[in-house]
Design a protein around this ligand. Structure first.
Ligand code: NAD
Length: 304
């Protein structure tokens, strides 16, 4: 039964990430109205205690917060601004919009401006952490928006994550996200390349990993996500690169980073190369590697 005093959250986009995040809001005591185009995703949210809505417009009626976790910027802009009806026209002016999707900073700024024209506050809050962190409620949120709006979003975000960090004004969360993921791609590729060089020269990859962990080559990929099969039992590399963060999502983030670099005339040679290497890896050897974990880039360096 609905709790009359509970704050109401509309949650749109209940896929791999949103499907794990929305139940954490229910557990934290929010009344969650859920909507997704997929009936299966909606049924799963229903089973987790969310209240399914017939449309996105119905989900946002009378709510305190609107959270979205959608595939890309075109969908986000259409849903909130350009669609019929525009979701921004269906929610109360007191609602706070929190878009957690990874999209271009320009899309987030457009959303915040369109919201402001209606007196609504909106922030971008893309996440670091994958499907497991979404389900466990341990995501990191990188927020872009006014200080007041980011502070107002904290009760919702801290129910779904362990770190809520403000990067700056609108769009700044997206910029932080693409900078982080570009660096992640670069150190993952560098780690894979170094491990293969060691193996090709007679080293045991586990021994080499231990040495580099205690040396200046130490980095997050080596520490938490070793890409060489069999070195780290819990890592995707040790289960044939199944699960984890898919190559196609890394490609999306590297594409957003390159678009941002072009717009700001920044030189990102390592990011450019990382994008090309992930592009090659995506279909290397005529295989479709796009749904493997991104650490599978190790295979680009392995020899038959
Ligand atoms: P997903 O494709 O699994 O889920 C997206 C959901 O949105 C789907 O269920 C889809 O039916 C729904 N949807 C699409 N258009 C809709 C609309 N107009 N109205 C309502 N629902 C709609 O994607 P995901 O893996 O959950 O990723 C979501 C976002 O999170 C992306 O922006 C992605 O880049 C980002 N992200 C994903 C991961 C990850 O590991 N999967 C990690 C960090 C960030």
């Amino acid at each position: 039964m609905a709790n009359a005093t509970a704050k109401k959250v509309a949650f749109v986009g209940l896929g791999n990430m949103g499907g794990g995040m929305a139940p954490n809001l229910v557990k934290a005591g929010f009344e969650v109205r859920a909507f997704d185009l997929s009936a299966a995703a909606l049924a799963q949210a229903d089973a987790a205690g969310c209240v399914p809505a017939a449309t996105a417009a119905a989900a946002v009626e009378g709510v305190d917060y609107v959270v979205s976790m959608l595939p890309d910027g075109a969908i986000v802009e259409h849903l909130y601004i350009d669609g019929e009806p525009a979701l921004l026209d269906c929610m109360p002016a007191t609602a706070l919009v929190i878009d957690c999707s990874t999209v271009a900073a320009a899309s987030s700024r457009r959303l915040a401006e369109a919201a402001a024209q209606r007196g609504i506050q909106a922030i971008d809050a893309p996440v670091s952490g994958g499907v497991a962190a979404a389900a466990a409620g341990t995501l990191a949120f990188m927020c872009g928006g006014t200080e007041a709006a980011c502070t107002a979003a904290e009760p919702v975000l801290s129910a779904m994550g362990s770190n809520v960090l403000r990067a700056g004004d609108s769009g700044a969360g997206q910029v932080a996200k693409i900078c982080n993921n570009m660096l992640l791609a670069v150190h993952m590729i560098g780690t894979a390349e170094a491990l293969q060089l060691g193996v090709d020269n007679g080293l045991d990859p586990a021994v080499l990993s231990d040495i580099m962990l205690k040396s200046s080559g130490c980095n997050w990929s080596l520490e938490k996500y070793n890409p060489y099969p069999g070195v780290m039992p819990g890592a995707p590399a040790s289960r044939d690169y199944q699960g984890g963060f898919m190559v196609k999502l890394m490609q999306k983030d590297l594409g957003l980073a390159q678009a941002a670099a072009l717009a700001s005339r920044s030189d990102t040679p390592m990011g450019t190369l990382a994008r090309s290497l992930y592009g090659l890896h995506a279909h290397a050897g005529g295989e479709d590697n796009t749904e493997l974990d991104f650490s599978s880039v190790q295979r680009l360096f392995s020899r038959p």
